[in-house]
Write a protein that binds this ligand. Structure first.
Ligand code: DGY
Length: 300
């Protein structure tokens, strides 16, 4: 009987599917990611792994676990995995594209509205008992109707966000294409949303220079990976008012410690990486992870 280890508790649909197909499935009992040593130990006696982006599937791990047929990531992003080494060693790598497109685009859309309309500072005012009167000049934000949305990473999620923004707010949507002049692309955007995978090429794709090219009223949304933005440059720009606000579902590092200065800014909304966190998406991710494993064994 082939054994599968799941590094975190997940919605059970995929686990049931695997068991129905005759796999033995072991699920980590910890409510937090395993340490690298624990993961190494667990991997020894199994044939396949379902992991999350918190598990580092690095060269050392792969070289010590060449018996694994497949490691499938409970995420679309695979930046936690040394893909090159896995390919060299013949270990298949899976992920969960498509099924989380809607959920992640929804979070980007939500962050765009929340950042444009000052949800964070407005909520803080209410929660701190500072809501005394109707404020004719308080919490003024920017309307989205007819504004320009630029998307870096115009793939599945970026395009779906574009459809939502165009459908709801008639926003003019532009996708950045490799080779386009970045400053030209950024200079008159009202909202920038980033959806590229994290690779050496996309690390800090938005940095000091790019932020400086944007309008003072611009909003930046990031639901991709923290490192696609130079977070220090973003912090400075938000603090100085060089851009209006930001909505982040991802940070560097994750989790972002509560003492991090970004939390002190009223114009940034930070979510704890919940892009795919709908029942629908996570159920589908569970099933797709199982299917990745089933197919990996079928193909051989
Ligand atoms: C992904 O799938 O890469 C997401 O960031 C995880 O929700």
């Amino acid at each position: 009987m082939k054994k599968v280890f799941v590094t975190r508790k997940i919605l059970p649909d995929g686990i049931e599917l695997l068991r129905n197909k005759g796999f033995e499935v072991l699920v980590s009992s910890k409510d937090e990611p395993l340490t690298p040593a624990e993961l190494m130990e667990k991997a020894k006696n199994v044939d396949a792994i379902i992991c999350t982006m918190a598990d580092s599937i690095n060269k050392e791990f792969l070289e010590k676990n060449t018996h694994l047929k497949i490691i499938t990531n409970y995420a679309v992003g695979t930046n936690n995995t040394d893909m090159e080494t896995a390919a060299k060693l013949g270990i298949k790598i899976g992920n969960t594209p498509d099924v989380l497109t809607e959920a992640t685009a929804e979070i980007a859309f939500g962050l765009m509205i929340a950042a444009a309309r000052n949800f964070r500072s407005a909520m803080q005012t209410a929660e701190r008992g500072e809501w005394k009167h109707f404020e004719p000049l308080g919490h003024l934000g920017h309307a989205l109707l007819g504004k320009k949305l630029g998307v870096i990473g115009y793939g599945r999620i970026g395009q779906r966000l574009g459809e939502m923004a165009h459908g709801a707010f008639k926003m003019e949507v532009r996708g950045y294409k490799r080779g386009d002049d970045m400053n030209e692309f950024l200079k008159d955007l009202d909202v920038l949303s980033i959806h590229v995978p994290l690779t050496p090429e996309t690390k800090h794709i938005v940095g000091i220079k790019e932020i400086a090219a944007m309008k003072k009223t611009a909003i930046i949304v990031n639901t991709a990976r923290g490192d696609v933005i130079d977070q220090d440059a973003l912090y400075e720009a938000l603090k100085s008012g060089a851009i209006f606000s930001a909505g982040l579902d991802v940070t560097t590092p994750e989790p972002l410690v509560p003492t991090h200065p970004l939390y002190n800014l009223p114009n940034v909304i930070i979510l704890p990486h919940i892009g795919s966190a709908t029942y629908e998406a996570r159920r589908a991710m569970s099933i797709l992870s199982a299917e990745n494993i089933i197919n990996a064994f079928l193909i051989d």
